[in-house]
Design a binder for this molecule. Structure first.
Ligand SMILES: [Zn+2]
Length: 256
């Protein structure tokens, strides 16, 4: 049961209600679900705390007496439990929304709207995937956009494109049916594996238990500039695509 709430950085909070002692004390966490980059925490009384992780946001469960990490914006303490739930977000592209009732129908809004959650690559069929990505945009920019697909970040995008042998500048609508199918399966494999290994820790990412992820040990291209491709031994190169550092094997991922 929630005992106390400390909103360290009020600017991260949006929606009809502010997370504070008055709004949250006494409520229980009933269910936690992820959709794209959002974590929806269902609370007793039909309320929901939506946490959007943005680019660098993370939710951690930590000992209540541990001093908060830098950029900790929200702290929630529980009655009789020596732990706290904390939201940290150095870049602040994320945020929290506290709503009573269905978050998608909330009224009396203050601040930013909850970013819509687009289709999750792990929950769509190959046929749905083909329809969603048939667009005249570069495939990397399309995947990173969080619309029409959600939850694909920079690292997983590069890793999936390498596994599928696709250059990030390829126009999505120009992918052959075989390449499109390959990318669908590669992306799902990368995401599934990364979730199982607790994500990738390349700078400051930590999972909910405060431990670094382990998927970075499986990276084939990301952060491996100058190192040999694990498939063909060609040195990995770094480009900038869609404004983001991008790693590819120039031999396995030719621009057609
Ligand atoms: Zn290669």
């Amino acid at each position: 049961m929630i005992d106390s709430v400390y909103l360290v950085q009020p600017r991260i909070a949006h929606g009809p209600h502010v997370p504070c002692d008055d709004s949250l004390r006494g409520r229980r966490i009933e269910r936690i679900a992820r959709a794209g980059k959002q974590v929806r925490i269902s609370l007793s009384g039909g309320w929901t705390l939506v946490v959007h992780l943005g680019m660098t946001g993370r939710l951690i469960v930590t000992a209540a007496d541990e001093s908060p990490a830098k950029h900790t914006h929200l702290r929630i303490a529980f009655r009789g439990e020596p732990v706290e739930l904390r939201f940290c977000d150095p870049r602040r592209f994320g945020g929290v929304w506290l709503v009573d009732g269905n978050p998608d129908e909330a009224k009396g809004w203050i601040g930013r709207r909850i970013p819509p959650v687009a289709a999750d690559p792990l929950r769509i069929s190959l046929a749905q995937w083909r329809k969603l990505i048939a667009r005249p945009r570069q495939i990397k920019a399309l995947l990173l956009d969080q619309n029409p697909l959600s939850g694909v970040g920079n690292i997983y995008c590069d890793e999936a494109l390498h596994r599928a042998g696709i250059h990030p500048l390829t126009r999505a609508a120009d992918l052959s049916p075989a390449a499109s199918r390959k990318l669908y399966h590669a992306l799902r494999r990368v995401l599934t594996e990364a979730i199982a290994l607790g994500g990738s820790s390349v700078s400051d990412y930590r999972n909910a238990q405060g431990a670094p992820g382990q998927f970075q040990t499986r990276h084939r291209v990301y952060g491996r500039e100058g190192q040999p491709c694990r498939r063909c031994r060609t040195p990995i190169i770094r480009l900038v695509v869609a404004g983001r550092g991008t790693h590819i094997c120039p031999k396995c991922q030719r621009l057609r």
